[in-house]
Design a protein. Structure first.
Length: 330
């Protein structure tokens, strides 16, 4: 029996009309009609409300093979008796999805922030050559750095605000827990529905990263002016920022499912290792960031020093793997 038939059956058992059920769920009668006609599927929060209204499990509503009515129950257990309820899991997934775009924007701003400095510096050099009388070198440097710092500050504020909203769910990625009965099935279903979108975003982001260097390579091949080359560097950073936005946003949404299902990087074993590696990660990237800013400000070679990030990421993977292996041995 499919979900549509189960809703009809349970509604009629209680003698409710479509209008009455719609009012209890705070939706239109047309929405209920579409659910019962199999034309659309209720959102997660509506499934949870119907589970409570009808007094049945969400597994009964969602799984076609489950024909016998199952009352809503809770599975107890887990490492420390920690159980995540249906409402808590739904709220966590909702917040992660809501904040995913903001988190991705913050990361994109960190990548885009050198662009004003690069462009203004290029304009000041064109002025020195007598081609433009627009901005002096000192003005370009001062204004460029000011804009850079504002963009970084905006990114940092967004990140801090996001972390504050997610702080109460921090344990989901760090502690072992058990999901309330029926939650696992809902999360698995949502993850499956999102899988194609996630694959498309990751593939698109990777493709953009690979092709981002093409404009610069063409500029080199055509021996363009320094100003045009600076513009191509900005195009490169813009494409990487777009690619990063796509991948970070999608990964944040998918991350909520992985955390709740305790898969991949969130298995009990990896949670334990992650706790041990936390300090190492913070110290490593603080050093990298300090080195990047120090060298960039000292040399002014922002168009080149950005390369420290992919190198640092690769090196970190090696450091992390070695440290994790030592933890496992210990």
């Amino acid at each position: 029996m499919i979900l549509a038939d189960k809703i009809i059956k349970l509604r009629k058992q209680r003698g409710w009309s479509q209008e009455q059920l719609a009012e209890m769920l705070n939706v239109s009668r047309q929405s209920v009609s579409k659910w019962e006609g199999g034309l659309s599927i209720p959102d997660l929060d509506k499934i949870i409300k119907m589970s409570s209204l009808f007094g049945v499990s969400t597994d009964y509503l969602l799984k076609d093979e489950v024909e016998e009515i199952q009352p809503a129950t809770t599975e107890k257990g887990g490492a420390d008796g920690l159980v995540i309820s249906m409402e808590e899991a739904a709220k966590f997934m909702e917040i992660k999805e809501k904040l995913s775009s903001k988190t991705a924007l913050a990361v994109a701003l960190f990548i885009l922030c050198p662009i004003p400095l690069i462009l203004l510096g290029a304009l000041s050099e064109r002025m020195v050559n007598g081609e433009m009388a627009f901005i002096t070198e000192d003005m370009a440097g001062g204004l460029g750095v000011a804009i850079l710092l504002v963009m970084v500050a905006i990114g940092v504020v967004i990140t801090i605000l996001n972390e504050m909203q997610l702080s109460k769910y921090e344990y989901i990625g760090k502690e072992e827990f058990t999901l309330e009965y029926g939650v696992k099935g809902i999360v698995e279903r949502k993850m499956e529905e999102y899988a194609q979108s996630h694959r498309t975003s990751i593939a698109g982001g990777v493709a953009l990263c690979i092709t981002a260097v093409v404009p610069m390579m063409l500029a080199v091949a055509l021996s363009v002016s320094d100003f045009v080359m600076a513009c191509m560097v900005c195009v490169l950073l813009t494409l990487i920022a777009i690619a990063t936005y796509l991948m970070v946003r999608s990964s944040n949404i998918n991350d909520s499912y992985l955390r709740l299902l305790q898969l991949e990087d969130f298995t009990p074993e990896k949670k334990y290792i992650s706790k041990k590696l936390h300090t190492l990660t913070v110290v490593y990237f603080c050093i990298v960031t300090a080195a990047y800013l120090a060298v960039s400000f000292a040399t002014g070679a922002w168009s080149k020093t950005w390369a420290v990030w992919p190198v640092a990421a690769v090196l970190y993977m090696a450091v992390e793997s070695f440290a994790a292996a030592q933890i496992k041995k210990g």
